[in-house]
Each structure stands twice: as structure tokens, then as C-alpha cells.
Design a protein around this ligand. Structure first.
Ligand code: PAF
Length: 215
């Protein structure tokens, strides 16, 4: 696996992959990889794509009150995971590589950005669309893999591809869950205890997720 941080090196490796006759499979992430991400990677690898993963924590999709500074990061472990899952290229750009002229104007995404999660996080989906647009400009023709866990994000990205006519096919992959049903997410590391009620499990009202069991 090649690890690069510059757009130029990344594009060179992508073109090498294409020249060897393989299509590009692209999995954009913010790191702290888990089985949700590896299922996207495995789908790309199984489809015989030359598989590229990006790790970039995009400040534009966090509001001032959100957890940008503490967002989980585990680059060494992520590299190992990517190697084990047969990723060809790992792209870990700096902010300067992604936004060389500073933060760009956010993408206009219309009403989808204002409903559901967008209601409480109005800058989130425009921020996602802005970085995904930039990444698609860099990667070019490809299949890009997204998890259905972030259903609204998949819709935003599909709209973006149509509007901007990116040569990218979006592949939405099923949500991967823990045994107790919780969807895997990088932010689950924040959870110490998940409290839930279940008719079937009156004697087990609380499930431990972080080493503590609280009833
Ligand atoms: O789903 C994510 O991890 C992010 O929103 C994405 C698509 C990588 C954009 O930063």
C-alpha cells in the first residue's frame, strides 16, 4: 500500500492504477476506521477496483460547538487496517492540500441540508458536500463508497454528483451494526453506557459499551 499526502502524488498513483486497467474505488473517510469502513473497502476490493481511501478530518462539517478538536484519530491503526484490507492507496492530505486557498464557499445543497439532521446542524451537510466535491475533483472517474448509516449524507452526495456532473458512481452500502444493534460509528468511542429499554430484556436494561456496566 502506498501512503501519500499530496494531491499530485495521489493523482499519479491513481493514474498508475487506471493504466493497469483497473477502475478506481474510492472510500472517503475521516479516519478512526471501524468495520463500517472496512465493509466499504472490502466491497471495492471485491469489485476488483484499485482501492483508494482518504483520511481527512474536514473542519467545514463541524460547527463551532462540535467536537472537531477531539474527533477520534488513530492514524497508525488506520494504516494497519488499510493494509490488512488490501487498500492500494491511502491519501492523508493536509488542510493546505485540500483547501489551498483557504476554506472555499460552501456548496449550495438546497432543502436537503435544512431538514432532519440538517435542522440542528445547518452547516454540516454543506460542509460535507464541499469536501466531497473537492475530493471528487481530485479523484476523477471512480466508484465512491458510502455507508447507508449516514442516509442523508448519501442523498446529499448523490445530488452533488448530479448537480456538478462528477464522473463518479455512488455505491451505498448497508449499515454495519454491533451485536446489540447499535450502528458502528467512529464517535461510539465517546459512549460509556448505552441505556435502552426492551420488552424482551427487562432484566438487562443497560448494555455496557465502554468497559463499565451501569444498571
Ligand atoms: O462520512 C464521513 O466520514 C464524512 O462525512 C466524509 C464523507 C468522509 C466527508 O468528510
Amino acid at each position: 500500500m502506498e501512503i501519500v499526502s499530496s494531491v499530485k502524488d495521489f493523482q499519479f498513483l491513481l493514474s498508475e492504477g487506471r493504466n493497469s486497467g483497473k477502475e478506481i474505488g474510492f472510500v472517503p473517510t475521516m479516519g478512526a476506521l471501524h468495520e463500517g469502513h472496512t465493509s466499504l473497502i472490502d466491497t471495492s476490493v471485491k469489485q476488483k477496483k484499485s482501492t483508494a481511501v482518504s483520511i481527512f478530518i474536514n473542519p467545514l462539517q463541524f460547527s463551532a460547538e462540535e467536537d472537531l478538536d477531539n474527533y477520534p484519530s488513530s492514524l497508525e491503526k488506520d494504516e494497519e487496517i488499510c493494509i490488512n484490507h488490501k487498500v492500494d492507496i491511502l491519501f492523508c492530505p493536509t488542510q493546505k492540500e485540500i483547501y489551498p486557498n483557504g476554506p472555499p464557499e460552501p456548496e449550495e445543497i438546497g432543502e436537503i441540508g435544512t431538514i432532519l439532521e440538517g435542522k440542528s446542524r445547518p452547516s454540516h451537510f454543506p460542509g460535507v458536500a464541499t469536501v466531497v466535491a473537492r475530493l471528487f475533483e481530485i479523484v476523477g472517474k471512480s466508484c465512491a463508497y458510502f455507508g447507508e448509516k449516514d442516509f442523508q449524507q448519501v442523498k446529499v452526495v448523490n445530488d452533488l454528483v448530479k448537480r456538478r456532473q462528477f464522473p463518479v458512481e455512488i455505491v451505498a452500502c448497508p449499515t454495519i451494526r454491533q451485536i446489540d444493534g447499535l450502528a458502528l460509528s467512529s464517535r461510539n468511542v465517546y459512549l460509556t453506557c448505552l441505556l435502552y429499554t426492551s420488552d424482551a430484556a427487562d432484566d438487562t436494561p443497560c448494555v455496557d459499551l465502554g468497559g463499565r456496566r451501569i444498571i
